[in-house]
Each structure stands twice: as C-alpha cells, then as structure tokens.
Design a binder for this molecule. Structure first.
Ligand SMILES: [Zn+2]
Length: 389
C-alpha cells in the first residue's frame, strides 16, 4: 500500500498509462509536478535508487519504459490548466473518497533490473546513503514495531480514510496542532515504551502489575485508552464526543491507531479543500482526551491512596485541559505577526473554537478573543488552577 501523495499517484498513473498503451505508439504523459521525468529516472537508476521515495513503483516505471519502442514524453503542467489534468484530478478525488485501497503490482521485468550504484561520476553523498541503506537492510528488523505501524496504518485507513506510510505516522506525532507534552506521550505510546501488560512478566513478584485489577484483562495501551472500566476512560471520550458534536461533524477516532495518529485526521470542506480549523480542533480534542485518560490511570496506579475521581471531577478536568489549549491559542492570536514570537491568525482561532465555546448565559460576541468569560464548558471553575487570568 502506498501513501496518498501527488508524487506517488503520478508515478503509479504513469506506470498504468505505459502498460495500457501499445509499446510502439508515441506517448505523452502530463503531470502536475516534474517528479516523474525521464532524466530523473535515469539519474536515480545510476544512483541505485538510494534514498528515492516511491522507488518500488519508479523502478518498475523506469524498467517498463525501456521495453517501449515508441517515444515517451513527460509534459509538466504545474498550473493544472489542461482539461485532461482537471479530469484526472477529479477522478483522483473520487478515488480518495472510497475506503478501498487499490494495489498495482510492480515487479521488475526480467533483464531490465540494474541493481547497485553506478560508480562513475557518483557523488559522495549517494555512496554514504547507499552504505547506510545496505547496513539497515542487514539489521534485524524489530517485528513488534513493524506490527504496530501496520496496525496504526490500518486504523488510519479505517478512521480517516487515508492510506499513509510509516513516515506519515511518525511525523503525525510531531504535528504542532498537538500540545508538546501530549506529543511526547503519543510518541511514547506509538513506540510502546511504557512498562505495561506483559512487560511485567519477567520481573519477580511484579507479574500482577500487568493486569488491570478491575477488568482482569492485560493492561495494554488499547485497554487503558478504549476498554477499561475504571472511572475516566468512557466518560472522557463521551465528553470529547459531545463537544465535537457541536461542530456537526462525525466523530472519527474509533480505534487505537486513529487516536495515536490523530495528527493525520483531516476534514474536507464541501469544495474539497481541507477544513484546517476543524481538523485542528479534532486533533486537540482527541490528543488531550487520550492524555487525560492516561494521566488519570497513572494517578490511580501510582497514588492509590488518593480518592477515585467522581464524574464531576473527571468532567472538570477534561474541560480544564481543553481550556488550557484555548487560552494558549488566545494568547498567540493576540500577538502581532510582526513580533519575533509565535503567533496565530485570530481568524483561524475564532473559526476553530467558536462552535464549542460559551460566554456563560450571554450571547457569544462575534470577536470573543479578548472576552475572559468565554470558555469551553459552562462554568468558571472549569478553569485549571492558576489559569484565572
Ligand atoms: Zn481495566
């Protein structure tokens, strides 16, 4: 499965075009980007395809081009003005709306494969990358990590209707839409670096720590975030979903991979463009809800002498963490972009939060950024300690 990227789509589309055209016929392939071009393919082939993204499909394309007796030309239309290109874009958008991931076989035709790097005129950088790739290929791969990435990839396809590659998944944990401490938590969850479940089995007299004392199940990330019956898990998700329902859009993070890779959630507008404000809010809600469930679980395990939080406490804590994000965005939106500090577009902040904030019993002002009574939730005591500015 390949990622849904224009470069990948153009490479795959070019390959299908070559396969479907008679080999003696001249062929002109129109692309939006200069990524797939004969001169690039020749260079990458000489460099042994070292560090080339989508190399599986590009190698196959380069090999099958050599079987053609007709001429193959690549024409770049960066503005996308050509009618054929507009039709291709429309078809690509329709294909993206289906959750069926297609596959294209990319075997290299016998006799057309050129393995290795051509050493004449080769740059030192390429040799360095080639040696690193060969060494990495020889290393024993971490099967558990690969399985986890495969699970997240499948969950992202299920929840967000997006085919992504491992690089997208790792990058999603760094999106600036998610608070820094929550990003760290998601990164560690993706790497399964917390001591949970079976990781306690090897430690004498600690075997029981890997089992949830209420549910009797192995305490995995999946169990903590989506299945546990301890107070917090179900309620936090219910609060997040109720808040999101105010936007009128469907809740989409239904799987563990969908939660961990919430930085890949996208919401298109009716015109097909991305609704940046809504995807930003969704990423905040999912990541903060997951982080809060984890915090409540850790407090219960580490400090068993503390009382179990009741539903009102859980609710207040949820709105507190969301209001922290709202406050940060408000501060950044008040800054001028001319200042040498981080700032945000006030219009984007208003668009992101307006559906979920209230101004007590009063009508919400149109520009509420400087109105301190505007909060997510209904009462002032939803604010966390120290946030009563
Ligand atoms: Zn449990």
């Amino acid at each position: 499965m390949w990622a849904q990227k224009p470069h990948t789509a153009e490479a795959a589309g070019s390959l299908l075009a070559i396969r479907n055209a008679p080999c003696e016929q001249d062929l002109t392939i129109v692309c939006r980007t200069p990524h797939v071009r004969d001169k690039h393919l020749s260079r990458w082939e000489n460099e042994g395809w070292v560090g080339v993204k989508d190399r599986d499909v590009l190698r196959c394309l380069a090999a099958e081009m050599k079987t053609r007796t007709g001429q193959t030309l690549f024409l770049v239309d960066e503005r996308g003005d050509m009618q054929e290109l507009k039709q291709a874009n429309a078809r690509a958008n329709n294909a993206c709306d289906t959750s069926q991931a297609g596959t294209i076989p990319v075997p290299i035709l016998p006799g057309y494969e050129l393995p290795g790097v051509k050493l004449a005129n080769i740059r030192q950088r390429i040799v360095y990358h080639a040696i690193r790739e060969w060494k990495n290929a020889e290393r024993k791969k971490r099967e558990s990590m690969e399985e986890r990435v495969a699970d997240i990839t499948a969950d992202v396809l299920h929840d967000y209707d997006r085919a992504v590659d491992p690089e997208n998944i790792w990058l999603s944990a760094h999106t600036k839409d998610i608070a820094l401490n929550t990003r760290n938590f998601i990164w560690r969850m993706m790497h399964d670096s917390f001591r949970l479940g079976r990781k306690w089995e090897d430690i004498p007299r600690c075997e029981d720590f890997g089992v949830c004392e209420l549910c009797g199940a192995e305490e995995t990330i999946q169990h903590i975030l989506l299945e546990c019956k301890h107070p917090g898990q179900e309620q936090v998700w219910a609060e997040a979903k109720a808040l999101w329902a105010k936007t009128g859009l469907p809740w989409r993070a239904t799987t563990l991979g969908g939660i961990l890779a919430c930085g890949l959630a996208t919401f298109p507008n009716r015109n097909g463009k991305l609704n940046v404000a809504k995807q930003w809010l969704f990423r905040i809600l999912v990541s903060e809800a997951a982080g809060l469930i984890w915090k409540i679980r850790c407090e219960r395990v580490m400090e068993p002498e503390n009382p179990i939080p009741d539903p009102e406490a859980v609710r207040n804590r949820f709105f507190a963490v969301i209001n922290v994000q709202l406050d940060i965005d408000r501060v950044l939106a008040k800054r001028s972009p001319k200042e040498a500090l981080a700032s945000l577009d006030p219009g984007l902040v208003l668009e992101t939060w307006t559906a979920v904030v209230t101004c007590g019993a009063d009508v919400l002002p149109k520009n509420w950024l400087r109105e301190p009574r505007v909060l997510v939730g209904t009462t002032r005591h939803n604010r966390p300690n120290g946030q009563n500015r």
